[in-house]
Design a protein. Structure first.
Length: 186
């Protein structure tokens, strides 16, 4: 059995280190684990219950919800903006958790990883993302974790997929996430 993990990247910048970390997850996932990076978070409007109806729901939201429903688990990849997760990631969590009582995230195995410029690797943003996903009903993996500090220096000339330590930690997280749904990844 193969596990399909949907990665939501909190940075919209095409060359962001967090996008590169998600690309590393795609490229270096353990056997039996398939990671797909969701494209399209920039197209999703801020959550507004007035437009979350069958008649008005944006197509971009329907695509996000469909992708999350098809996935076995979620991987939230977050930078740290002003000490917390970026609005685009929080907005995705909000759309996936609505309508109230029908959260797509309910019971969904979810892991949070990331990298940031600072010395803590975005740990505060990751804590906030875990908290938000947990409140939305996700089953959030508490460990192992992956918070890579000093991203600009560390990945200036090396893609995360070619960083031996980052790949080893990433594979641990993905393996643990796969194990939450009963699949053993080497």
């Amino acid at each position: 059995m193969s596990v399909h993990i949907l990665a939501l990247v909190g940075s919209l910048r095409s060359g962001s280190y967090n996008r590169q970390l998600a690309e590393a997850a795609v490229k270096r996932a353990p056997e039996g684990v398939e990671v797909t990076v969701y494209e399209g978070l920039a197209e999703i409007p801020f959550y507004n219950e007035d437009i979350d109806t069958d008649e008005q729901r944006p197509a971009a939201v329907a695509r996000l919800r469909e992708s999350a429903t098809r996935a076995d688990a979620l991987l939230l990849v977050t930078p740290e903006y002003n000490g917390t997760m970026p609005a685009v990631l929080k907005n995705a969590i909000d759309w996936l958790s609505r309508p109230y009582g029908s959260s797509i995230l309910a019971g969904s195995p979810t892991a949070v990883i990331g990298t940031a410029l600072g010395r803590y690797g975005g740990a505060r943003a990751q804590d906030d993302a875990r908290k938000s996903a947990r409140i939305a009903g996700a089953t959030v993996l508490e460990g192992p974790t992956l918070a890579i500090p000093g991203s600009a220096a560390r990945f200036a000339e090396t893609h995360p997929a070619d960083d031996t330590e980052a790949v080893a930690q990433l594979r641990q997280v993905l393996g643990a996430l796969a194990a939450t749904i009963g699949v053993s990844a080497p």
